[in-house]
Design a protein around this ligand. Sequence first.
Ligand SMILES: Cc1ncc(COP(=O)(O)O)c(C=O)c1O
Length: 393
Amino acid sequence: MAKAAENADVVYLDNSSTTRPDPRVVAAVTEVLEEDFGNPSSLHRLGAKAERLMENARGSVARLINADASEIYFTSGGTEANNWAIWGTVAPGSKRHIVSTKVEHPSVIALLDHLHERGFRVTLVGVDSEGRVDPDEVMDAVTEDTALVSVMFVQNEIGTIQDCREIGRRLMDLGKKKPRFHVDAVQGFARLPIDVRDWGVDLLTMSAHKIHGIKGAGALYIRKGVNIQPLVFGGGQESGMRSGTENMPGIVGFGEACKIWAGDSEEVMTRLTTLRKRLVTGIKSVFPEAVLHGPVEEGVAPHIVHFSFPGFKGESILHALEARNVFVSTGSACSSHKAKPSPVVLALGRSEDEALSSIRFSMSRYTTEEDIDRAIQAVDESLKELAAWRKKR
Ligand SMILES: Cc1ncc(COP(=O)(O)O)c(C=O)c1O
């Protein structure tokens, strides 16, 4: 109860980092923890019930991307699924070239850096000033030696939607020479329509905690017929492809979250589109020098808004907003307490100072108009406070 009271007044706009689990998810997870705690590999009744729950969840995930349930493999989250898609493809003897983009999530970029050190050739295609990858440039980068093309669906910092359908279809035109196509769909999955068949996708990454599921659960879609190596070996769970006793609470919660989105994603996203406009207009009105990163309206996911506030440090703004109970994230990555400019914002052609002054606001199905208005007011007050403080120094 005390915790609930503590969070009651919070405006939570850091949903691209993680979302609050939906109460229906919490109820399903609790039931697994308290009642249906069997191991799905066990032969007795409790095991059979667990297996049924798991297969139900698999079906719910599959339906959201037009896949077959047998093509869904549960993982510990998006990071593992991205690593698996890439590691699993570059098996010994595979082709030695990978094409990806400059704005991928670190769970892709860090592994590509590692593979580069091991002698793989990696081409990272750039983006335009709104973070868009040109499918022509992706295709120009593909050679006969390309094993994999990996392009994310929705950029996690600025919300730009990549035209994965166009890229997938052009790759399909290559026929037998087609490299494998992987899509990191963590930020778009469940919220925006995805059709793995229509898009020609071989591998697709999903994560539960970004859609009101719980942390530590995700999945990799592996198209039937695509042969990839396991990343985790052991008891042969997940059809021998991903060993280890399944994370049943996470998986059942993931399935429940998918079911919820299947019922109302269009309605939620339409509402968020209106809220996004309100937030963008509101911030521009209180601080006209603010620079929006990513597309203004077309081709952007409605739940992500990313601004630079020139002259201010992102981290200072974040804490000033936190003091007003508004929770956001900076666009920059923090390591050893020293802020580093976001490579994504730099890839848009922005300066280092701009990249260090940026804030990401990310919404969820629970975000309200009142939240947005409070956030705008908090930005106004925070920037005024920081400016006054700077003058005094
Ligand atoms: C685009 C993208 N890919 C992958 C991940 C990693 O997912 P997880 O947190 O489930 O490991 C994230 C998480 O922020 C993400 O935004």
